[in-house]
Design a binder for this molecule. Sequence first.
Ligand SMILES: *Cc1c(COP(=O)(O)O)cnc(C)c1O
Length: 376
Amino acid sequence: MNPKIWLSSPHMGGNERKYVTEAFDTNWIAPLGPNVNGLEEDISRYLGDNPVSHVAALSSGTAAIHLGLIVLGVQPGDEVICQSMTFSASANPIAYLGATPVFVDSETDTWNMSPVFLEEAIKDRLAKGKKPKAIIPVHLYGMPAKMDEIMQIAQQYEIPVLEDAAEALGSSLNGKMCGTFGVIAALSFNGNKIITTSGGGALVSKESAVAEKTRFLSTQARDTAPHYQHSHIGYNYRMSNICAGIGRGQMEVLPERILQRRANFEWYKKAFEGINAIQFVEEPEGYYSNRWLTTVLVNHDNISRESIRLALEAKNIESRPLWKPMHVQPVFNGAPFYGDGSAEKLFRDGLCLPSGSNLTEQERQRVADEVVNLFN
Ligand SMILES: *Cc1c(COP(=O)(O)O)cnc(C)c1O
């Protein structure tokens, strides 16, 4: 059997161990410490000053979305608008809070939230007597959503935006970083993301009070008192100083990782040049994707994305269908949905190819050979 080729595996830069060793040497083995503060500063600096980002390092991206919705005041019975085409972690925190997700379809330029159906959803929910509490657009696979249009609609109807930037650290739109559009954004450092802390995430906000409140809620919401005094329900969501050490090392190599992921995309595009049935999603003008995963759409009478996936699997190569939209997931059965079937079509035809920044030339060639063979 050929060695396994993973979809997206961790890729250490080298200095991660130095930060982790420092944590051991100084006994900062806790969900606080110099690496946690340092990582927050690294991320803030990386996101730039348009506007300045305040960062709270957390145990996961899911925790960031959960606390973000709490800070925005989402309560049981509320409605929250969410992109349908996404990973379930974008929507699950809505359910944690006893609120209802209202799902919005994708447009076909970026595969993200359609501004047209977003506005339709807002108008219809308002007509039904309920104003949505928040909007969650996602930058899928690193491609920025149409944030100019989405922010304009959000401002017009005065609904806050919580950007799910879990897949899009380093992506930008007209030079403005993903994660700096919404009043709140969530980042993820899970094992398969563009950089990883093994597991982890961060909440980003342009308001320092929001980051401050998030840190408070993520460390059990202790009031200032010598004894344990609580006026709020707290959570245990802070990032560990060990994981943050990995993150500090990873931040040093993030620019390189983005170039490596983007090189994968260009490489696959060239390798499949002769196959008309395979299409790539291009960056609209002004859009810059970190190309976290290289994705393709398969349009062929006899070869489906599933036949490609199975052929790769038979050769010990991991690939994956695009996210199955939330509005067709059994767990969200009955949730309101606004759209025209675009996300379902993307799910039917779309495949994620092995995309790690640590893929070798030979590994990419193994993937391409299998795919090209199928079409010959
Ligand atoms: C990974 C991911 C998350 C969740 O992040 P975790 O750190 O795994 O909790 C949320 N949304 C999207 C779109 C993701 O890809």
